[in-house]
Design a protein around this ligand. Structure first.
Ligand SMILES: [Zn+2]
Length: 226
């Protein structure tokens, strides 16, 4: 695909938009960095340590800055990311699959990492999008406080709503640190979630083709399906 013969088209503004983060609305009330650092000092004391000892003196600042990165997704708009699409697909009607997109997220119940891989596919109808955009949509939703089920649905819905394809499929394989390093302490557990829309939901052979292209998490977990 060469950029030369492709015509970007903007998505019409009256297109239904995927769920927007409610957090946007409270962004005005964002705390100052000093307040965030004070909160980190409190958590260090809660953990049982002394925020004033030498090794921890720069920690509140580093944690506050790291949070900017961990939760950068609140500042990105998946609709905007997907808005530039290419219309001349020259009859291409096979699925587009991007597999094993590494993601780093945080569970909204314990604020500890969820890491894993996302597999994203859609069946173009009239337009395609640059593949890096699919990875950026995963990133936009991963870098928020999340639960894996919600994140799976958000990614699929955004792609489905904006690209209006014949179908969209998303499978996430995640390792939850809140399970491996606390609570039940189960290591090596991979949670698999999926959302299949359109042809991926209705046509078993399309779904099978996708699942085999991503290495069949179904055969390992037995849980992937609509
Ligand atoms: Zn958790």
């Amino acid at each position: 695909m060469t950029a030369r013969r492709l015509t970007p088209i903007p998505v019409s503004t009256d297109h239904p938009r995927p769920e927007r983060p409610r957090e946007r609305a409270v962004a005005d009330a964002a705390p100052t960095k000093a307040e965030a650092e004070a909160a980190v000092r409190t958590l260090i004391r809660w953990a049982g340590d002394d925020p004033d000892r030498e090794g921890l003196s720069g920690t509140p600042d580093r944690v506050a800055r790291a949070y900017r990165e961990f939760f950068a997704g609140y500042a990105s708009d998946p609709v905007e990311i997907l808005a530039r699409t290419f219309e001349e697909i020259e009859g291409y009607d096979e699925m587009v699959v991007l597999r094993a997109i590494r993601f780093d997220s945080h569970c909204e119940h314990h604020m500890v990492p969820i890491t894993g891989r996302a597999h994203v596919a859609y069946l173009p109808q009239r337009r395609v999008v640059g593949i890096s955009k699919l990875a950026r949509v995963v990133e936009a939703y991963a870098r928020r406080l999340q639960i894996q089920e919600k994140m799976t649905a958000q990614i699929a819905n955004a792609i489905n709503d904006v690209l209006d394809p014949l179908g969209t499929a998303v499978v996430l394989e995640g390792t939850h640190q809140c399970m491996t390093s606390r609570g039940v302490h189960k290591t090596g557990v991979i949670m698999v979630t999926s959302r299949m829309l359109g042809a991926f939901r209705d046509d078993p052979s399309t779904r099978r083709e996708f699942l085999s292209m991503i290495g069949n998490p179904v055969s390992r977990e037995g849980t992937v399906g609509p």
